[in-house]
Design a protein around this ligand. Sequence first.
Ligand code: GLV
Ligand code: MN
Ligand code: MN
Length: 413
Amino acid sequence: MRPNIDRFRKDMEALARIGRVPEGGVARFSLTPADLEGRELVIGIMKGLGLSVRVDAVGNIRGRRQGRDPTSPIVMMGSHIDSVPNGGDYDGPTGVMGPLEVVRTLNDKGIVTRHPIEVVVFTDEEGDRFKKGTLGSAIMAGHMSWDEVRGLKDADGISFEKALEAIDTTGTPGEVVLRKGEVKSFVELHVEQSARLEEKEMPIGIVEAITGSSHKRIRVFGKADHAGATPMDRRTDALVPAARMVQEIERIGRSDPAASLVSTVGYLDVKPGAMNIVPSLVTFTTDVRDTSPDNLAAAMKEIDEMIARVAGERGVEFEIEELEYTAAVALSPAIRSTIADACKKLDIEYMDTASRAVHDTSHMAHVTDAGMIFVPSVGGKSHSPDELTHWEDIRPGLEVLYEVTLALAGSDA
Ligand code: GLV
Ligand code: MN
Ligand code: MN
């Protein structure tokens, strides 16, 4: 008896129906009604599998399957169910429904593991609501404090603390942080979100390292003026320098000799935003990533200096606000070899790879032995309604996760 792809698919499809948007994809921003409905679905599945469910003070859902030795460290697996705007069905849910299918298989076989197993759904991995991602895992790992996050506001001025009132939680924010020795290991099953596995026809990627990432918000201040009556030499247009900055940010990303740096402006807002007014304020975000911390730091510096230079040349004021920095991290050699051993046992080919996306594992890897298992993404597409991984391509991921769970949690069967 092995993990069953049809049961997994049923759970994935049930979640994918929640938060569908007419333009395509899903919108399940953290702690919004769609996310709440998704949480109810997952909690229902967890309870149906006999897990004891605890929702901590920041909304992380922890479903626990007791082990023979209840005091021994937890073998943890998990991911997220919140999405980006018009997000796909696989980024996150695969790493939640996958471990739940593993638990279902253990139940079917009557296996009692030595270590307790917990399946975790982390709060707000994507960060599109409060403009800070991996909230739940960062707090759990002690990388963000409650005081840093409680006042974060969404576009409607609702704070993270207020948004959490929509769900039933237990304990205090302080208790969210893992105690030393509480967790034995953490594994996240995820779609690759790049096309390397597909191109190399590899069923499994074992993640060696996760990229570092910097998110900033830039504001460029101009002066609103009549678009007809203000001569060209008497205006302070905020958009023209901002447009230069956007182009430079792309150029900096493209000019990395190692082709490992990526830089994106994914959000831009122009105020007052009228056809016949010279723009007075432009707000945009930067997303800059590299697996090399030194390259990332150099690029961040180059971008900050470029912004100051362009603003100076155009006589506009500017502000740079750091939203989030996630350090690049190497994943545990021990977990990587456990995953490799599972692949060998199952006769499934694998390759080592790096993750260009940030994950909850980015934080968990600092507090426990952590690993990631990738399955191929069609065309490498993600953060898009076109995101797709064929069910048959997830099957090896489930099977490997099952073997890894047995190896980590210990079983006599
Ligand atoms: C999370 O999906 C990220 O932006 O890498
Ligand atoms: Mn994800
Ligand atoms: Mn994502």
